[in-house]
Design a protein around this ligand. Structure first.
Ligand code: PMP
Length: 435
């Protein structure tokens, strides 16, 4: 059994000065203890007690190149040596924005911010300004950051299942959120063209934007039904609604052109974060010139002291360079490793009599313990045994494997076949012990 004595004493120390002891709320929920990291390299993390883990948390998604990629680190460091932020323009901004317009099919122009939350705030603002409308449609189970503009909590699974009126009530995501912030948000079930049609019939030309994750990665890694996103694209075009794909997770993960490149659908705007600079805090809004140019004319304010500094542009460029080497071969590697991992995990669940579902696309998947044979909507996703999965994640630490307690796994470009094999063997032992 591994011990976590150092992490235990450090979290106590941290709590004295840092509210909650962690810098982002979810991290505090980690069992048995929020881990403190001593160092990390490639696909591995070593905690403060010297325990070594194969890492599938990957900082909640950004580390598509693994930890401390030598090329990314060197290029970022070199950029910083000439000054890391100027509040003035520099070539890195031109190079990265040009490169992004080349790799992202929907991008005529881009802007830079620091987090996915900010990118979503700007995209919503652009959509409202462009359409002169206020309402925004969003979906159950999707996450678009923690701003007052869009953060909601979700109704109970029973309400959703019963299709109760109450299920569509838009409730703030947190205490302290401005009460009026969500008055123009319409919350709908996802992957349900009928529900969308009804809302569009009712509110049609009052709607500024529909915002959706193109794959519902935040709740079950659920794929869009065939034709669903295409239908959404068609209806939004007819009604003059701005279609926003929130690609904060899928951007660069599902291919260098993001999910919209992979699915060959052009939204009006995309938001990207996480993997876009391989773990350095950069986010991007990209899209149609006539919408993006609202920023250029100053009609829409886009601000931020740290936006587009030399560190983030160097990291963004390095990430694109590395991912696009050898004709994007790294995506095939990640896909192959992830498929091997997923099929191994399915085998060991079956072998140990544990009912579960894994939904996967590219190098991201969601593993859940659930009685149903498939998980294709949020209501079914809500039926998973979250407590049992969280116990599984905790026990995986003893096997030297770090996974997110809620079930979403990421695979990086630097995971190895050996990592995958060890992970399957570890999962097998853990599942045996949980019977
Ligand atoms: N959108 C999506 C789809 C996300 O998954 C996240 C973060 N998990 C965000 C937006 C917010 O990004 P950030 O945490 O960088 O603010």
């Amino acid at each position: 059994m591994r011990t976590f004595n150092e992490s235990v004493s450090k979290i106590e120390e941290s709590k004295k000065y840092l509210a909650g002891g962690v810098s982002s709320f979810l991290r505090g929920a980690m069992k048995p203890i929020p881990l403190f990291v001593k160092t990390a390299s490639g696909s591995h993390v070593i905690d403060a007690d010297g325990n070594d883990y194969i890492d599938y948390l990957l900082a909640y998604g950004p580390l598509i190149l693994g930890h401390a990629d030598p090329e990314l680190t060197e290029k970022t460091y070199q950029a910083m040596k000439s000054g890391n932020a100027y509040g003035l323009q520099h070539d890195g901004e031109i190079l990265l924005s040009k490169r992004l317009t080349e790799v992202l099919p929907c991008a005529d122009k881009v802007t830079f911010s620091g987090s996915g939350t900010e990118a979503v705030m700007l995209a919503l603002r652009l959509a409202r300004a462009y359409t002169n409308r206020q309402k925004v449609i969003r979906f159950h189970g999707h996450y678009h950051g923690w701003s007052d503009a869009i953060f909601t909590s979700f109704p109970s699974p029973d309400l959703v299942k019963e299709n109760s009126d109450q299920a569509d009530r838009v409730l703030p995501g947190t205490s302290g959120q401005s009460e009026s912030s969500l008055q123009d948000i319409i919350l709908l079930p996802w992957n349900d063209p009928e529900a969308l049609k009804q809302a569009l019939d009712m509110y049609g030309e009052q709607i500024a934007a529909i915002i959706t994750e193109p794959v519902m990665c935040n709740s079950g890694c659920i794929l869009p039904k065939p034709g669903y996103l295409e239908q959404m694209r068609e209806w939004t075009q007819e009604l003059g609604i701005v279609l926003i794909f929130d690609e904060v997770i899928t951007g660069f993960r599902l291919g260098i052109g993001g999910a919209h490149g992979r699915f060959n659908i052009k939204p009006d705007l995309v938001t990207m974060g996480k993997a876009v600079a391989g773990g350095v805090p950069l986010s991007v809004v990209a899209g149609k010139e006539e919408i993006m140019d609202l920023v250029a004319t100053g009609r829409v304010n886009h601000l931020g002291t740290m936006n587009g500094n030399t560190m983030v542009t160097a990291a963004g460029l390095a990430t694109i360079d590395i991912l696009s080497k050898n004709n994007n071969a790294v995506f095939e590697k990640m896909e192959r490793l992830t498929q091997n991992l997923v099929s191994g995990l399915r085998d060991v669940m079956l072998k140990n009599g544990v009912r579960g579902v894994i939904n996967q696309i590219g190098p991201v998947f969601h593993m859940m313990f659930i009685q149903e044979d498939e998980v294709r909507d949020f209501a079914t996703f809500q039926k998973r045994d979250a407590a049992k999965y969280s116990l599984f994640a905790e026990k995986m630490l003893d096997e030297g494997i770090l996974v997110r307690p809620t079930g979403l796994w990421y695979v990086s470009a630097v995971h190895s076949d050996e990592d995958i094999q060890r992970t399957i063997e570890g999962a097998d032992r853990v599942l045996q012990s949980m019977e």
